[in-house]
Ligand binder design. Sequence first.
Ligand code: AMP
Ligand code: GLY
Length: 418
Amino acid sequence: MNVLLLGSGGREHALAWKLAASPLLSKLYAAPGNPGIAEEAEIVDLKVDDSAAVETFCKANKIDLVVVGPEAPLVAGLVDRLSAAGIKAFGPTARAARLEGSKSFTKAVAVANNVPTSASSTFTNLPEAKEFIYKSDVPIVVKADGLHAGKGVIVAMTKSEANDALEQVFAMGGNNDPVVIEEFLEGEEASFFCFIDGETVLPLASAQDHKRVFDGDKGPNTGGMGAYSSAPVFTPEIERRTLEEIVQPTVRALARDGTPYRGVLYVGLMITKDGPKLIEYNVRFGDPECQVLMPRLKDDLLTLMLATCDGTLGKMSVRWRDEVAITVVLATKGYPGDYKAGSEIRGLLRAGEVEGVKIFHAGTKREGDKLVAAGGRVLNVTATGKTLQEARTRAYRAVDLIDWPEGFCRRDIGWRGL
Ligand code: AMP
Ligand code: GLY
């Protein structure tokens, strides 16, 4: 089979690495890709938001499956367009992708189907939202309705912070988009991933991300500074409840409404004292969570993705290596604020030779024979081991062999699991 993978982050490098190992694969193309992905796939010059160009490329190159990594093209309807052209694509349609593209849509689905989630209200004007904050308790959470590259969510500790957050978030949507205000949930966060073929849910595995930039979960939020899988807080009992109370009712509701969900569903959860509650859905793999799922997956990813597209997940099962995986994100100093691109990275070959280690590229670029940083999150140093401790020791051993003075990482990835 010929496969086209869209995206350019560490998530897509992990997907490329796993797809490249598939016995079904003839040729893997990737766009826009990165230097790590280029080791697994032929890079093609395509923009992921140019759906016409993607369609033309697929027809010219006999692409049997398009795998869409990031959310934006899904929310914009790339899968709808490809399907209409008879091209198989992994990921939800635009209407099903509203589970990530609109917080108010997800809240409405959750409420209508008794899915446990935080209490929330949706506002379309600032004075009413401020009035609501005035009457509420803090902490409280303010969310822009649409996609804002992870910057649309503010956890406000005081009312004055909440008011500032409202002004900011209303402005993001040009004062036209709804804003969701929700109750602050207490507990431990975990994420859970499932393949869904419209009807059947195939549970994959759990992971835990580290969103704050500094050790001890301090500092501003980021796209994720590291992850490990599986998450001990996500016990078999929590998994059973998550499937029964959250995932299944959502999948049934979308199917009933004529917008069946197909693809991978990222279930963002707070494990509270009353059980799992839904924080958010994402309609794609997590980044960096994908980087710790792929090394643990024993079965063929391409076979599972095809079954997801074809509606045959009911015949599938999935096996995982009895190992823990961890990934440490190396970022450019300054991230998630301003940072300088272009610094040289050395020592990757040596670091990649540490037992159990695989380094995924996120924001890197080749300049002549040099590898340079080209983004905020730059490398994902990933390791597996029999225990979390073993995996973590291996990952940090590799991190310490990388020569990149302009980079930094958290030194405490996996602390909750230890
Ligand atoms: P989201 O983009 O919805 O995942 O929100 C980003 C982060 O904000 C989450 O990973 C949580 O850490 C935090 N968060 C969002 N909603 C809530 C909530 N209702 N209660 C507590 N924390 C939340
Ligand atoms: N790591 C969080 C996300 O992918 O949304």
